[in-house]
Each structure stands twice: as C-alpha cells, then as structure tokens.
Design a protein around this ligand. Structure first.
Ligand code: NAD
Length: 423
C-alpha cells in the first residue's frame, strides 16, 4: 500500500472524488484523467542568507487539470508543504474553479519552510529565486499563482516584479496578471484582500436563508486568524454574530460573552500576528477548541483538523470550511450522522479565487474596478453557486460536499465530451 501523506489531505481529496464519481456515474475515461495530475514541478534553488551563507530550498507547483482554462491556485510557505499536499490542494482548486464557473483549471504549490525563521529580505530573495526557478511553468495565460498560508500581497508583488523583469522592457506591463492577490498599487484589486472571508460569510448567510435561520446572535468559533479568519470575523460582526473562541498557531482564547474581532486584530498586529495573551479572553487548552459550545464552527487554518478523533465532540450545527480540506472523510461521516451541515471548502472559500479572477480580468483589460462592483458581483456569484449545490444535493440525495463535487466534475466532463481527447 502507498505510504500515507503527512497531512492526509491527498487521501481526503481522492476519497471525496471517488465518492462523487461513483454517485454521478462519471465517464470512466474522464475519471482516469481526473485521477491524475497533469504536471508536477519540483525545484531546488539556492538563496543567499543575511549572514552570507547559502541555503537550498525546495519549491513545488502541481498543475492538476486545465480543461477549463489556465491553472489557478495559491502558493503556501509552510513546513508541511510537500508534493502530496500540493497535489491535494491543486485538485481542490480544479473543483473550486469549475464550481464557480470560472475559465480556470487547478494548480497549487509552495515552499517547505517556516517563514518566521527568515528576515523580510531573506523572504524576498527566496520568493524571487523561486519565481525565477519556476520560469515558464507559470504565466498569465498558463498558470497563475495567488496568496495562501503565510504568503500575502507583498510576496505576490515580488513574484510579479521578478516574472515581469524576465520579459522584454516594451512588453513587461502585459504580464502583471501572472499572479493575483497583489497590492492595489501593483495592479491588485480592491476587495481581493477580504474576498475569501466575505465569501465564507456569504455562503453561511445562504445556508441560514435555506434553513430559515438567521446569523444574528449566533455564536461561533474560528480556527486561524490570518487573512481568511480575520475577514470572516469582520463580516460575521456585521451580521451580528458572536465570536466566542479563536485558535491560531500561538494558542486558543475563549470568552463566552464574545470577543471583538476588530480589537483582537489590533492586539494581534502588535503580537507578531498571534492571538495568545489577548487580555479580554481566557487562555484554554488547544485540544478543547473543537468541543466548545457554539452554533457555528469555522476552520480557517490548515487541513485535516476535524477528524474521526474529534468530530464527535463538535457542538456546532454547521461547519463553514474557510480552510482547504479541514475535515477528513472520517470526521465528515461522523458529523453527517449527527445531522451537522458542512459548507464544503470548494464552495465556502471560493470567494478568494473569484476575487482573483476579477483581478486577472482587471489587469488583462487595463481596467480599474471599484470595491462596490467587486463585492456586489462576488456576492451574486456565490449565491448562484450555493443555489446550484442545493439543487444537486436534492437531485442526487447527497450531502453538500458531494453535491458541490458533482456540479464541478460534471462541467469538466461535459467539456471533455465536447472537445474529445487530443489527438
Ligand atoms: P494565513 O497565513 O493568513 O493565516 C493562517 C492562520 O492559520 C494563522 O492565523 C495561523 O496562526 C493559523 N495556524 C497555523 N497553524 C495553525 C495550527 N496548527 N493551529 C491553529 N491555527 C494555525 O492564511 P490564510 O490565507 O488565512 O489561509 C487559511 C486557510 O484558508 C488555508 O487553508 C488556505 O488554503 C485557505 N484559503 C485561503 C484563501 C485566501 O484567499 N487567502 C482562499 C481560499 C482558501
């Protein structure tokens, strides 16, 4: 038997795919194609450190499928990044872009490193050298990276600049959309920063409307207080929901009367991004987090967090997957039996890639979009996706994840049927 991947995400995505493919009776040839990744790029590259020594880093980019358009997906800087994680995350991107109706395929990658160990100038050189090593394996009409865990607008600005610097000076500006999630001045889109969190809350609102519920007054817990967690908390506050616990890499904080997301963000900014030590909440053990009393649980950090070992303890009625792959198939089985709804990652956090698509269009067409346009378009698109998933769930009598997979995979299947397989 093949060795289990370190985080288990690859096993999760493949099990989810097999389940949906069986139920939808997916064409066996297309099943074969989609069970494999198209390209897997591994690069080893040297970088000069601040102390004059040289370190060699390993970077990954996996391109799963591009039947619908260029590969699209984030880059992660984290010690767990390896080829299996990159594969799993690339496959999730294929389903996510297809479900959202975007003209993209799926890709993902990153560098195996712990960014806190490096200075800003070292991270800049690592990023630039990684971009250079990837060379023609990325490109604005071929494979378009974006931010993910521990990567941000600054990293995207360095990537765009490095990529553009390798082109002739008279055509450089044509290549700004080689990455999305850039700072506004460097071609970024107003609202891209909040797009994923806004999407998480929009899909939660759609779920509440569907169930004749309201988000107002509901209590929730959030794992991860980075880009996705912070913006989700921001928009949950606008809905009148109450954040009772937050967990990040520094610890877990709890206050049953509510934690204000804006105050917590201010605190975290002065605390190297961490929530530990926040004075208006108590510190609790990390392993008590998922068992806390709440209405809504929002994993917005890493994969494989809700598993067969802790799913039984979960009190929430609904899980909104801000992170990619936070729930393992074993965890999901337990939750579904308990009657817990799961808004699956490929729907719940798809606001990010939809925002990225708008940024790509803005750059490609030389336009400047306004915040209101971005948020309005994003909301309509997400509500539309949610509706499609609910219809498929009723038609096939399946859970929301399997329904989302069926909608996503059916679109790719139809495209292959129309075009055939070359030659
Ligand atoms: P980020 O780097 O901004 O934040 C990550 C957060 O996770 C931090 O608060 C960190 O402390 C926390 N964390 C790390 N290790 C942890 C641990 N062991 N336990 C608890 N918390 C831990 O990353 P992000 O962009 O917010 O991404 C979070 C998740 O959302 C990832 O799964 C990512 O793939 C997914 N996602 C991000 C986007 C996006 O637009 N950024 C889009 C779709 C999905």
């Amino acid at each position: 038997m093949a060795e289990k991947s370190k985080t288990g995400m690859y096993e999760s995505v493949m099990k989810q795919f097999e389940k949906a493919a069986d139920i939808m009776n997916l064409d066996s040839n297309i099943r074969k194609i989609l069970s494999n990744t198209n390209n897997e790029i591994v690069v080893h590259f040297p970088v000069k450190m601040d102390n004059g020594s040289v370190e060699v880093f390993t970077g990954y980019r996996v391109q799963h499928n591009n039947a619908l358009g260029p590969y699209k997906g984030g880059l992660r800087y984290h010690p767990t990044v390896d080829i299996d994680d990159a594969r799993a995350l690339a496959i999730w991107m294929t389903w996510k872009t297809s479900l959202a109706g975007l003209p993209y395929g799926g890709g993902k990658g990153g560098i195996q490193l712990d960014p806190v160990k490096y200075s800003a100038s070292e991270l800049e050189r690592i990023t630039r050298r990684f971009t250079f090593a990837l060379g023609g394996n990325i490109g604005p009409e071929y494979d378009i990276p974006a931010p993910d865990v521990n990567t941000n607008a600054q990293i995207m600005a360095w990537m765009a600049d490095t990529y553009m610097s390798t082109k002739d000076s008279d055509s450089r500006s044509k290549y700004a959309h080689v990455v999305t999630g850039k700072p506004i001045n460097s071609g970024g889109l107003e609202g891209r920063d909040r797009a994923t969190g806004f999407g998480v809350v929009t899909t939660l609102q759609s779920w509440a409307d569907w169930k004749n519920e309201t988000l107002e007054g509901k209590s929730y817990i959030v794992q991860g207080f980075g880009n996705v967690g912070q913006w989700t908390a921001h928009f949950m506050k606008e809905k009148g929901a109450k954040m009772v616990a937050v967990q990040d890499h520094t610890g877990t904080i709890y206050n049953e009367n509510g934690i204000d997301p804006i105050e917590l963000l201010e605190y975290a900014k002065g605390n190297k991004g961490g929530v530990a030590g926040y004075p208006k909440a108590e510190a609790i053990d990390n392993d008590k987090f998922f068992a806390l009393q709440c209405d809504i649980c929002i994993p917005a950090a890493l994969g494989s967090q809700i598993t067969g070992a802790n799913a039984n303890d979960i009190k929430a009625k609904v899980i909104a997957e801000g992170a990619n792959g936070p729930t393992t198939p074993e965890g999901e089985e337990i939750l579904l039996k308990k009657g817990v709804s799961i808004i699956p990652d490929i729907l719940c956090n798809s606001g990010g890639v939809i925002g990225s698509y708008y940024e790509w269009l803005q750059n490609r067409n030389g336009e400047i979009w306004q915040m209101d346009d971005v948020i309005g378009k994003l909301e309509r698109k997400l509500i539309n996706s949610f509706g499609k998933v609910v219809v498929a769930a009723a038609e096939y009598k399946v859970d929301l994840r399997t329904a989302a997979y069926i909608v996503a995979i059916r679109r790719i299947e139809l495209t292959y049927r129309e075009r055939g397989v070359f030659p």
